[in-house]
Design a binder for this molecule. Structure first.
Ligand code: HMH
Length: 223
């Protein structure tokens, strides 16, 4: 069993709360209030800035050139590919990247991103990759299961862009190589004694993903 599969099955309650969150279900059937999605996407842009930093930290924490190249590719994928979606969609709402960057961070954004960075600063590359795993692997799984559930991408769904970005080949490749990287790191760094802490990190990061979806839904309720 891959390390990702093992962590997921030991954190089932949190994982299910994340991948089956009401935000996800309503994104999938197109009933998510646009205010919730907008709030989420702007915060997600801020999230990605710090996620890029976390991958920069992974470059620094790398012990081999292969690990360094992997972290560098992930960093580039965030800056050059994933953030483009946010810039494009936010641009349609009249928001420029400069305005996005100036938006105040919500505490859910701050909590999640700083938790990942702190975990990586305190621990080694395996701790850091376990903290990053719910993000990359979770979004790929979520988008894939939405496509499967709805038998493809409904172009009338206002969130079709989001679903197609995260279910597309480029993102699927990023996710597959993240799962691989986790297994390669585990080969040299995993011990039985480390596992309980790694599971705590994975579970905590997953619960912070749940809070991130909830932040989006709550914004629509307040607005
Ligand atoms: C909160 C969050 N988790 C995961 C991803 C996937 O990169 C994202 N963009 N945002």
């Amino acid at each position: 069993m891959s390390l990702f599969e093992r962590l997921k099955s030991d954190a089932t309650a949190s994982w299910n709360a994340y991948v089956n969150h009401a935000f996800v279900r309503r994104l999938g059937d197109g009933t998510l209030p646009m205010a919730a999605f907008r709030h989420y996407l702007v915060q997600d842009y801020l999230f990605l800035i710090h996620f890029a930093r976390a991958n920069g930290l992974a470059v620094y924490k790398a012990a081999t050139l292969e690990e360094m190249r992997f972290a560098h590719r992930s960093l580039k994928a965030i800056l050059d590919i994933e953030m483009d979606l946010h810039v494009r969609l936010c641009g349609e709402w009249g928001l420029t990247p400069a305005e996005l960057e100036k938006t105040p961070e919500h505490s859910a954004t701050m909590a999640y991103t700083r938790y990942v960075l702190e975990t990586g600063l305190r621990g080694d590359l395996l701790d850091l990759h376990v903290a990053l795993a719910p993000c990359v692997l979770g979004y790929a799984e979520i988008a894939d299961s939405l496509v499967e559930l709805h038998g493809g991408i409904d172009t009338d769904n206002p969130y079709a862009h989001w679903i197609s970005e995260y279910s597309g080949d480029a993102y699927r490749e990023v996710a597959a190589s993240a799962a691989d990287a986790l297994d390669r790191l585990a080969e040299t760094r995993m011990t039985g004694a480390r596992y309980p802490h790694l599971l705590t990190v994975f579970d905590q990061a997953t619960r912070l993903e749940v809070d991130f979806w909830q932040m989006g839904l709550d914004a629509a309720r307040e607005g």
